[in-house]
Write a protein that binds this ligand. Structure first.
Ligand SMILES: [Zn+2]
Length: 68
C-alpha cells in the first residue's frame, strides 16, 4: 500500500484524517468520496466541504480502508 499523503494542494505530509464527503448533485446518498488530510489541513479541508454541505464524516485514516 503506497503511503497516504494529504489531499491539500502542494502538501506532502502524511495523511492522518480521512474526510468522507458526498455531493448530492453528483453522487447517490450512500456514496462516499474520501479526502485525506494531515493534522494541519484537516481544518481547512473539512471547512471547505462543510460550507458546501458535503461533509459526512471525519475519521482517523487508520480506521478507513477506502483509498481515494
Ligand atoms: Zn496537509
Amino acid at each position: 500500500m503506497p503511503p497516504l499523503t494529504c489531499s491539500a494542494k502542494g502538501c506532502r505530509a502524511d495523511a492522518v484524517w480521512a474526510l468522507e464527503w458526498n455531493n448530492p448533485r453528483l453522487h447517490t446518498p450512500e456514496r462516499r468520496k474520501t479526502w485525506l488530510a494531515c493534522d494541519e489541513h484537516r481544518g481547512s479541508l473539512s471547512e471547505f466541504l462543510a460550507a458546501r454541505g458535503f461533509l459526512r464524516d471525519v475519521r482517523p485514516v487508520s480506521e478507513t480502508s477506502e483509498a481515494p
